[in-house]
Design a binder for this molecule. Structure first.
Ligand code: BGC
Length: 511
């Protein structure tokens, strides 16, 4: 048992003094493998910019750059009552959101339902049935005995989907470990609506949205400088507002070239061709063993789903390496189980405040039945820092690429997701990388960096899949009422049975 040491001071110099040569060598090798220097960050960003443009072109590229038919930002004056459904990786959330007359305000009630792990690899019927059951429970609980008009629903479906209309979405491919047969390549809305109709649930799907678009719109509701919405969570992605005139693949629709439209980049697919990302042997294994090899190359290096697995793969490799042999003579069966460690395991290690890494020692002992020697603990801690830092730095390339493409010298970026919110130092590491890529010497206020605000700031976002989904539904209904039909399949059907059907109604979508 390691004795409880003093809480760690910010500088850890000297902590490596007692680390044997072979482990020191190994740490050095890992540092070389996982460090992405400024020049590389800049190279990745340049390639990213051209790939964003390629995704908007008629020929298309790896990054899907999906037009979402969310046409512009909210004004803050949106009103009405909406439902929002968020099909996340771990939870299913149902919300009812009221946008009152007061500018930028909202009231929300919500319920969370656990998404059983088996559902992710089960059948499509089970998935839609489960989601509809949760919606039904929510309505029955909150509106027992009431006669309801059809409530407009914003459905946050956070997977790549091609949208010809705002209430339509052909799943391009499952991501984030989902693997349900018979859904890819098809519109997800009809089976969802059928499950809803079967249960007589009084809702009308108004908008199918991505979590990044929701984040962008929700954040811009209260912050007019908001330009990009990002998710750094189980998966990773961004959305921003583009002018229709900059989207060659929409040319045939003859839309107003100045009309803004939110683009769901689906940047997780960046560099699927493996041209610039510094993939390690461990990244290659993650890809090969995933349900969709060759897909989501960028995401697999940064998203929360993969950080724990990367860490695990390195440790198993070092245990098998005769020159290092960490955890020598111990049973590492628990560590050998794929996807047994999630990103919070790494967060906890990076957060261990003790000089002797007592919490890390305890975590390995209880969770993995491994007793780590002090040098092993040092290696473990450094490995977490390296994996977490690489993720933050690579993420910054995507943000920098959108800013450069759009010529934004200053911007607010709204970010959400477990990695952004909970992973230690992710924000600071990302901000430092942005400064390196964009060559900042002074901040927003003209003062040297570190004293003021950065020109591009990544800030915690408003609730995209709740408030954002409601706002997009509100904006869509308002547009339909005003006769603006881009991305609207059937304007009359969209209003049918909702309060917005009545002309001049103030309750839903209009003012
Ligand atoms: C999905 C995106 C989503 C992101 C964050 C990715 O795996 O493809 O649609 O925005 O995860 O949730």
């Amino acid at each position: 048992m390691v004795g409880l040491g003093p809480k760690r001071k910010p500088s850890r110099r000297g902590s490596m003094a007692d680390v044997p040569h072979d482990i020191k060598q190994e740490i050095k090798r890992l540092e070389e493998l996982f460090t992405v220097d400024t020049a590389k960050l800049k190279g990745i960003t340049e390639h990213f910019i051209s790939e964003l443009a390629k995704g908007l072109s008629k020929e298309g590229g790896s990054i899907p750059m999906n037009p979402t038919w969310c046409m512009g930002f909210p004004t803050g004056h949106e009103t009405g009552t909406f439902l929002a459904l968020d099909m996340g990786g771990t939870n299913l959330r149902v919300c009812e959101i009221r946008l009152p007359e007061e500018v930028g305000e909202f009231d929300i009630i919500q319920s969370k339902y656990h998404m059983p792990e088996e559902l992710k690899t089960g059948t499509a019927d089970e998935l839609w049935g489960y989601i509809a059951d949760c919606l039904q429970q929510f309505i029955e609980y909150h509106h027992e005995g009431e006669r309801l008009d059809k409530l407009p629903l914003g459905f946050t479906f956070s997977y790549p989907a091609t949208q010809e209309y705002i209430d339509h979405g052909i799943l391009q491919r499952w991501t984030k470990g989902f693997d349900i047969d018979g859904v890819e390549g098809k519109d997800v809305v009809p089976p969802f609506q059928a499950a809803v109709a079967e249960r007589n649930i009084p809702i009308r799907l108004t908008a199918l949205i991505n979590d990044t678009t929701g984040t962008l719109i929700a954040s811009s509701y209260t912050d007019s400088e908001m330009k990009i919405g990002c998710i750094f969570g189980t998966g990773c992605n961004a959305a921003y507002m583009e002018e229709c005139g900059q989207i060659p693949k929409l040319e045939h629709m003859k839309l107003d070239p100045k009309q803004p439209i939110a683009i769901n980049c689906e940047w997780g697919a960046f560099d699927n061709e493996h041209q610039v990302l510094p993939r390690t042997q461990y990244d290659i294994i993650i890809d090969k063993d995933s349900p969709r090899p060759g897909q989501q190359s960028f995401e697999k290096m940064i998203a929360g789903l993969y950080l724990g697995e990367l860490f695990r793969l390195v440790l198993v490799d070092l245990n098998e390496n005769p020159n290092v042999k960490i955890f020598h003579g111990q049973d590492i069966a628990a560590l050998k189980k794929p996807y047994s460690l999630d990103a919070s395991f790494l967060s906890d290690i990076e957060n261990d405040p003790y000089e002797n890494l007592q919490e890390t020692y305890d975590r390995f002992k209880t969770h993995l039945k491994i007793e780590c020697a002090r040098p092993e603990l040092e290696l473990i801690r450094r490995l977490c820092e390296l994996i977490g830092t690489r993720a933050a730095r690579l993420s910054a390339c995507g943000v920098a690429a959108i800013c450069k493409k759009k010529g934004y010298e200053t911007a607010h970026v709204g970010a959400d997701g477990s990695v952004f919110n909970k992973y230690p130092h992710f924000k600071q590491r990302g901000a430092a990388a942005l400064a390196e890529i964009l060559d900042w010497t002074v901040g927003r206020d003209g003062k040297p960096l570190g004293r003021g605000h950065d020109p591009v700031e990544i800030l915690p976002a408003e609730d995209g899949s709740g408030v954002g989904a409601a706002l997009i539904a509100a904006l869509t209904l308002k547009r339909v009422q005003e006769g603006s039909y881009a991305g609207i399949r059937d304007p009359q059907a969209m209003l049918k049975g909702t309060k917005a059907e009545k002309p001049g109604s103030k309750e839903v979508g209009g003012k």
